[in-house]
Write a protein that binds this ligand. Structure first.
Ligand code: CAA
Ligand code: FAD
Length: 385
C-alpha cells in the first residue's frame, strides 16, 4: 500500500493556498457583497485582485503565466471564495477551467502565447460560449454558424447566458461549420471583443449570482481568422465536452462553498440566538438539522476532492465530476434552505447573508449541465452507453 495515495491530509502548500483564499474572501469579497448583489454589480476590482494573486490561472503552467497548482488547490480556493461571493467565484471557475484549461490543453502554441498568457495572469478575462437560445442541454444542436471562407470563418448567430459576457476580452465560441456532419461539424473559435459584427446584449436580471455578468452575444458576419480555430476542423463539440468535464469540478466546488458558507453562518447563529431560555443550538431539532447539514457538506467535499484528485492523477474523471456536481448542487440547495430556517425571520432579510446564498445555490443545479444532464452522463457511464 502506498500511504500517500489514500491520505485525507492536505499538503502544507494546499493549506496555505486555502488560507489565502479564505483571507481574501473575508477582507476583499465580504465588504460590499450585499450591495453588489442588490445592484447587480460585477466585482471588477475584486476580480482584478484575484488575478494579481494568481487565482485566475491557478492550474495553468507557469510557462503561460499561470500558477501551476493542482486541481485540489483549485477546489479549496473555489470553496473558500464561494462561501462569501459566488458571483466572484464563478469568474474564477470559468476563467480557470473552461477558458485557460481549454486553451492550454487544446490550443496551438501561437494561441497560447497570444490568448492564454494574459488570461492566466488575470490581465484579461475569458468566456466560454456554448449555450444558445434554443440549445442548452441539447448542446449538439448549434444554430450559430461558422461558414468556411478559405482563410477565415464567417460567424453568425446568437449565444445565450454567457458568464463574463461583457467583462471578458476573449471568447471561446462553438459554432456549426458542416451541418450535414452534426456534432462532428462543430468548431471552437477564439473571438476577440471588438471584432466587427460582434455585439453584446443587455445584462440578465437574475435570481442569484446577480453580480455575475451574464449576457447574450450576437455575431453578424464576424470574420474570424482560420488560425483562431482550436484543434482540427470539426473538433469543437469534443472540445466543449472535454473542457466541461473539468468545469463541472469547479461548479461542484462552488456549490460546496455556498453550502459550507451557509452552514458556518447557521452554526454561529444557532449558538447565539436564545429561545425558551437557551440557545436554539440546545434544541434537538436544530442540532439534528446542523448534523444533517454537516454530513451532507462533508460528503460533497469528499466527492469534489475525489474528482479533483482523479484529474490530477491523469485518470478519467468525467463521471466523478458529474457525480460531484450533481450531489454538491443538491446539498447547496438543501443546506441553504435549512440555514435560512435556522435564522428564522432574520434569515429572510439580506443583512444575514443566508437568503443570498440560498438564491445563489440554485444556479449550481442549472449551469455547466443541469442535474438531469449530470444524471445522463453518470448513467451512460455506468451502463457503458
Ligand atoms: N469527452 C469527449 N467526448 C464526449 C464527451 C466527453 N466528456 N461527452 C460526449 N462526447 C462526445 C460523444 O462521444 C459523441 O461523439 P461520437 O459520436 O464521436 O462518439 C459526441 O460527443 C456527442 O455525444 P452524445 O451522442 O452523447 O450527444 P448527446 O446529444 O446525447 O448529448 C450531452 C450529450 C452530455 C447531453 C451534452 O449535450 C451536454 O453535456 N449537454 C449539456 C451542455 C452543458 O453542459 N452546457 C454548459 C454550458 S457552459 C456553462 O454553463 C458555463 C457556466 O455556466 C458558468
Ligand atoms: P433546457 O436545455 O431547455 O432544459 C430545460 C429543462 O429540461 C431542464 O430542467 C433540463 O434539465 C431538462 N431537460 C432537457 N433535456 C432533458 C433530457 N434529455 N432529459 C431530461 N431532462 C431534460 N452557457 C454557456 O455556454 N456559457 C456560460 O458561460 C453560461 N453561463 C450561464 C450563466 C447563467 C446564470 C445561466 C442561467 C446559464 C448559463 N449558461 C451558460 C447556460 C446553461 O449552461 C444552460 O442554461 C443549461 O445548460 C440548460 O440549458 P437551457 O437553459 O437551454 O435549458
Amino acid at each position: 500500500v502506498n500511504p500517500t495515495i489514500m491520505t485525507f491530509e492536505l499538503t502544507e502548500e494546499q493549506r496555505l493556498i486555502r488560507d489565502a483564499a479564505r483571507d481574501f474572501a473575508q477582507q476583499e469579497l465580504k465588504p460590499g457583497v450585499i450591495e453588489r448583489d442588490e445592484k447587480q454589480q460585477f466585482p471588477a476590482e475584486q476580480v482584478k485582485k484575484l488575478g494579481e494573486l494568481g487565482f485566475l490561472g491557478m492550474m495553468t503552467s507557469p510557462d503561460y503565466n499561470g500558477a501551476g497548482l493542482d486541481t485540489i488547490s483549485y477546489v479549496l480556493v473555489m470553496e473558500e471564495l464561494s462561501k462569501i461571493d459566488a458571483s466572484a467565484s464563478v469568474v474564477v471557475s470559468v476563467n480557470n477551467s473552461l477558458v485557460c484549461y481549454g486553451l492550454e490543453k487544446f490550443g496551438s502554441s501561437q494561441q497560447k502565447e497570444k490568448y492564454l498568457k494574459p488570461l492566466a495572469e488575470g490581465s484579461k478575462i475569458g468566456a466560454f460560449c456554448l449555450s444558445e437560445p434554443e440549445a442548452g442541454s441539447d448542446a449538439t444542436s448549434q444554430h450559430t454558424t461558422a461558414e468556411d471562407k478559405g482563410d477565415h470563418y464567417l460567424l453568425n448567430g446568437t449565444k445565450n447566458w454567457i458568464t463574463n459576457g461583457n467583462s471578458a476580452s476573449t471568447y471561446l465560441v462553438m459554432a456549426q461549420t458542416h451541418p450535414d456532419l452534426g456534432h462532428k461539424g462543430i468548431n471552437a473559435l477564439i473571438i476577440e471583443k471588438g471584432m466587427d459584427g460582434f455585439t453584446i446584449g443587455p445584462k440578465e436580471n437574475k435570481l442569484g449570482i446577480r453580480g455575475s455578468d451574464t449576457h447574450s452575444l450576437q455575431f453578424s458576419d464576424v470574420k474570424v481568422p482560420k488560425e483562431n480555430r482550436i484543434g482540427e476542423d470539426g473538433f469543437g463539440f469534443k472540445f466543449a465536452m472535454k473542457t466541461l468535464e473539468g468545469g463541472r469540478i469547479g461548479i461542484a466546488a462552488q456549490a460546496l462553498g455556498i453550502a459550507s458558507g451557509a452552514f458556518e453562518l447557521a452554526l454561529k447563529y444557532a449558538k447565539e440566538r436564545q429561545t425558551f431560555g437557551k440557545p436554539i443550538a440546545e434544541h434537538q431539532a436544530i442540532q439534528f438539522k446542523l448534523a444533517d447539514m454537516h454530513t451532507q457538506i462533508e460528503a460533497a467535499r469528499l466527492l469534489c476532492l475525489k474528482a479533483a484528485w482523479l484529474k490530477d492523477q491523469g485518470k478519467p474523471y468525467a463521471e466523478a465530476a458529474a457525480i460531484a456536481k450533481l450531489f454538491a448542487s443538491d446539498v447547496a440547495m438543501k443546506v441553504t434552505v435549512e440555514a435560512v430556517q435556522i435564522h428564522g425571520g432574520y434569515g429572510f432579510v439580506k443583512e444575514y447573508h443566508v437568503e443570498r446564498l440560498m438564491r445563489d445555490a440554485k444556479i449550481t443545479q442549472i449551469y455547466e449541465g443541469t442535474s438531469e444532464i449530470q444524471r445522463m452522463v453518470i448513467s451512460r457511464s455506468i451502463l457503458s452507453l
